[in-house]
Design a protein around this ligand. Structure first.
Ligand code: HEM
Length: 429
């Protein structure tokens, strides 16, 4: 039996801390890992427990079996399906594998290079919009995250689906409205929590739920039009269209349903429900190997743990991405140069993207990771210089929305304020 923190609530256990509804998840995990090592259990109410793993070998084992031995936890799949429709994130096993194989050719380095012109078009549109803002007013507040959402939506819309959302041109759509709503407050986290306790709560007429439903309908409407267009000129050969995500999905799936158990075909969404840790539900009994011996509640040291079928396993990458054990004494500081030299610490045991779990790992690793990194490079590195208002020691906080984002402690949300006076010399140039 694994050790772990005691329950302090019969109904919820320590769930509110794990889901980030109260306190700071990163601090909580750091504290528990310090106390119970790299494998422990956390009570999640009504006699249930969740296993938390940050041991490199154990984590690599779970990610390697992601999609078959370990599935998406039922409650996160329900949430994702209820709000966004059946999608790649909520698909499991063979269905997920087929979807992934079908769209993979749209994410190769070669195709990414070919899409660069679209990236640049969007980046220049954004640059022009920001330049205009800087020139037209003395003091400007820029919500960088919101603009990046617009940029991503327009770029993926054109490259993946041949649809221009025109959100950088100021066009509003239920999709951009849904993206923006992600940013605003932490009510989505509360929804996630509600869904965990009582899934039918997602049918309540709450404002946030309605926004998601409109977004889901908009995606579905756009997809219908695009598929119709695609079919209309099916005979004509258009290599670019055929290699787009939509083209690949049409070719692969239009003639036979992906799964007979779903009313809607799966859509292509890549939104995970948690920003601090990944959830995996064991689909069969498993023995997870450990690279460090761990102490059980009876005091025995073990080098593997038994995970019964149905157990939810959490991999807290918020801890692993910034742990002194894996990254050295400056782990919690922003030192990008660390990737330019060999890391002396054992993070090499984590095989994931640049030894970080930000994009997950294994068969379900983010398929758009190269796309995401390229997009940031094109926009941020080439056009603007960012500096913090009081230098590297500026206090940074967490903007806890659906997806956690960093923010300046004394700012509202992810906004950056700038003015003409500081534009050239200060922190946003
Ligand atoms: C900084 C930006 C991004 C981050 C941090 C990120 C992170 C992630 C993570 C952690 C997952 C795994 C989710 C899970 O297993 O539940 C994922 C999956 C996915 N991501 Fe991303 N992502 C980013 C950008 C993108 C972009 C730009 C695209 C599309 C062009 C994309 C498409 C996807 C898709 C389709 C999946 C599902 C993959 C699968 O289930 O096989 N992501 N992403």
């Amino acid at each position: 039996m694994l050790r772990g923190p005691r329950s302090n609530n019969f109904l919820l256990g320590r769930l509110r801390e794990i889901l980030g509804v109260v306190g700071d998840v990163a601090t909580v995990f750091d504290l528990w890992i310090g106390e119970y090592d790299y494998a422990f259990k956390v009570p999640t109410g009504l006699g249930t427990n969740r296993i938390v793993l940050s041991d490199p070998k154990a984590v690599a084992h779970v990610y390697a079996n992601d999609g078959f031995g370990y599935l998406r936890a039922t409650y996160s799949t329900t949430f994702s399906r209820a709000l966004m429709g059946h999608n790649m994130i909520s698909a499991n096993k063979e269905e997920h594998r087929r979807l992934r194989r079908a769209v993979a050719p749209a994410f190769t380095n070669g195709l990414l290079r070919e899409s660069m012109s679209v990236f640049y078009d969007s980046a220049y549109k954004l640059k022009a919009a920001w330049d205009f803002l800087f020139e037209s007013r003395d003091e400007v507040t820029i919500d960088v995250q919101q603009w990046m959402n617009k940029l991503t939506l327009d770029t993926i819309g054109i490259t993946g689906f041949g649809h221009d959302f025109k959100s950088l041109d100021g066009h509003k759509s239920p999709v951009s409205e849904g993206f923006d709503a992600f940013l605003r407050d932490n009510s989505f986290r509360v929804l996630l929590f509600l869904n965990y306790l009582f899934p039918p709560a997602l049918n309540l007429p709450l404002k946030r739920i309605q926004i998601f439903k409109r977004m889901k309908k908009a995606f579905s409407d756009i997809a219908k039009v695009l598929v119709e267009n695609y079919l209309q000129d099916e005979g004509s050969s258009n290599a670019e269209k055929d290699r787009s995500i939509l083209g690949l999905l049409c070719k692969k799936f239009l003639n036979f349903p992906v799964s007979h158990s779903h009313d809607d075909p799966p859509t292509f969404h890549g939104t995970r429900l948690d920003n601090d840790s990944d959830l995996h539900q064991a689909d069969k009994d498993d023995v997870v190997p450990l690279s460090h011996l761990t102490k059980t509640s009876s005091g025995k040291m073990v080098d593997s743990i038994f995970v019964p079928k149905g157990t939810v396993v959490t991999t807290p990458f918020v801890h692993m991405n910034r742990s002194e054990v894996f990254w050295g004494p400056d782990a919690k500081q922003f030192v990008p140069e660390r990737w330019l030299k060999e890391n002396l610490y054992p993070s090499k045991d984590f095989p994931s993207y640049r030894h970080r779990y930000t994009f997950s790992d294994g068969p379900r690793i983010c398929i758009g990771r190269i796309f995401a990194v390229a997009e940031f490079k094109v926009l941020l590195i080439r056009n603007f210089t960012f500096e913090l208002p009081s230098g590297p020691d500026s206090p940074i906080g967490k903007h806890k929305t659906f997806l956690v984002r960093p923010k300046l402690s004394d700012e509202v949300g992810t906004r950056l304020c700038t003015s003409h006076a500081c534009q050239a010399s200060d922190w946003l140039k």
